[in-house]
Design a protein around this ligand. Structure first.
Ligand code: SF4
Ligand code: SF4
Length: 170
């Protein structure tokens, strides 16, 4: 279930870099949310594609091991049905309520992550997982917050943020 040795190193560097640039990133995202410069959404989409052209999630799975997945009610309905469980049974076994979302997964690594770093419910995974990192969506403050929060978790987000910093810093 661990990341490959190469990706363990990449994840370690990503976390270290985010810690070092924490203040700078905080100020940058604050400014970005205020200004929302023209071209931000399209640039992030492009940088997202560039990052995932060489980053392989199956060697990484750091998000599934370290971040609590969000489950909204439609996710619960769909996934409980897949396991032939009632929603109540599914919630009891896997989830806990959260004030900002309907539910969060209870345990880490995510119980739906396989030994070979695959999502065992990939086709029906929660929408929050399917849209992570949220760099392809029309950018809202919430999505910018998610990107900011994940700069030390996801090597692809780290790379994208470097590029948007370079392009929109001034
Ligand atoms: S989305 Fe990011 S953190 Fe998750 S597996 Fe892919 S590269 Fe790793
Ligand atoms: S549901 Fe799948 S994609 Fe989402 S955190 Fe769990 S293993 Fe990862």
């Amino acid at each position: 279930m661990a990341a490959t040795p190469e990706y363990q190193q990449l994840i370690f560097q990503t976390k270290k870099k985010a810690r070092k640039e924490s203040k700078e990133n905080k100020a940058f995202f604050r400014k970005l949310k205020k200004k929302k410069p023209a071209g931000l959404t399209s640039s992030l989409r492009k940088f997202n594609d560039e990052a995932f052209a060489h980053i392989n999630c199956m060697n990484c799975a750091n998000c599934c091991r370290t971040s609590l997945a969000v489950f909204e009610k439609p996710d619960v309905k769909r996934i409980a049905k897949h396991f032939q469980m009632t929603e109540k049974e599914f919630i009891k076994k896997y989830l806990r309520p959260h004030p900002d979302y309907d539910y969060l997964i209870k345990t880490l690594p995510c119980p739906f992550l396989s030994e070979d770093n695959l999502c065992t419910i990939y086709e029906i995974r929660p929408t929050g997982c399917a849209t992570y990192p949220p760099a392809k969506l029309r950018l809202t403050d919430e999505q910018l917050d998610v990107l900011h929060d994940n700069v030390g978790i996801c090597p692809a987000v780290s790379e994208m943020v470097d590029k948007i910093k370079e392009k929109f810093a001034s």
